[in-house]
Design a protein around this ligand. Structure first.
Ligand code: NDP
Ligand SMILES: Nc1nc(O)c(N)c(N[C@@H]2O[C@H](COP(=O)(O)O)[C@@H](O)[C@H]2O)n1
Length: 214
């Protein structure tokens, strides 16, 4: 079974942060980049975010004919979150760690798929998404989710908008968080495909040389 084609898109400050140390929703993209992202989202069958992003940003990701997917092992998605309050489809990927009473409430508002283990099993999730007809998946963070998709070599391409802002701070989330590698030899090496100036920032397109199948 082929996995969906996967693009990670993110907006970073010049120092690689995706929010400040307060970890709240912050506009890092320029006006021009938000216009680009709006068009980009329409080209994907699915948009995926982690529960950290849902709790911090309460995103809408409201694009017609696109499935919104949340990685949420413990079923923490707020029942009044924008994703669960509108009419557009949402899939919440949970694990056996999610309390049953909570799952029932989420199921009233979204499709729920349950996986074994303590974190959502990406391989099996991607299989299920492909079976559901998701051929192109846009991953929009945050840093922990980006790490999972890169570490496992599931991402095919990466697009980052590098803004003219600097947030600093060791506790501010970065484009890729998670465990990280210990040695340079374990680094995830990408190939630069394109560079564009956009507003006061730069748009960079990268390709992963050997994305993994399922
Ligand atoms: N500038 C930008 O472009 C963007 C910025 N952001 C910012 O990023 C920050 C949020 O990032 P972060 O806190 O890292 O949260 P994430 O959105 O990356 O969500 C991470 C959580 O997802 C759950 N999860 C379940 N299964 C997996 C899996 N297989 N792999 C990875 N995660 C899994 C885990 O929680 P659990 O165990 O409970 O399931 C995990 O802690 C916010 O500050 C937000 O504003 C976010 C997106 C874009
Ligand atoms: N491209 C981009 N630029 C920024 O500056 C951002 N803060 C984000 N954040 C991502 O977009 C989601 C919000 O989407 P809606 O506007 O609510 O539809 C947010 O959750 C991040 O994934 N992206």
């Amino acid at each position: 079974m082929k996995k969906p084609y996967i693009l990670i898109n993110s907006a970073l400050t010049l120092d690689g942060k995706i929010s400040t140390k307060k970890r709240k929703k912050i506009k890092i993209s320029s006006k021009e980049d938000f216009i680009r992202v709006k068009k980009l989202r329409k080209r994907f069958d699915g948009i995926l975010v982690g529960i950290g992003t849902v709790l911090a940003d309460d995103p809408k990701l409201n694009v017609e004919n696109t499935l919104r997917i949340v990685l949420d092992s413990r079923g923490r998605i707020p029942l009044d979150s924008n994703l669960l309050e509108d009419e557009l489809p949402v899939l919440v990927a949970i694990t056996e760690k999610a309390p049953l009473s909570r799952v029932k409430r989420i199921e009233e508002k979204a499709e729920v798929i349950k996986f074994k283990g303590s974190k959502v099993d990406l391989k099996n999730l991607l299989k299920k998404l492909r079976e559901k007809g998701i051929k192109k998946l846009l991953v929009e963070g945050g840093g922990t989710v980006n790490w999972s998709f890169l570490k496992n070599r599931y991402a095919d391409e990466v697009c980052v908008y590098i803004s003219n802002l600097i947030f600093g701070g060791k506790d501010a989330p970065t484009f890729v968080d998670g465990e990280g590698v210990k040695e340079k030899q374990d680094a995830i090496e990408l190939k630069l495909k394109n560079v564009e100036k956009l507003g006061e920032g730069l748009l960079l397109f990268w390709e992963l040389p050997h994305p993994k199948g399922l």
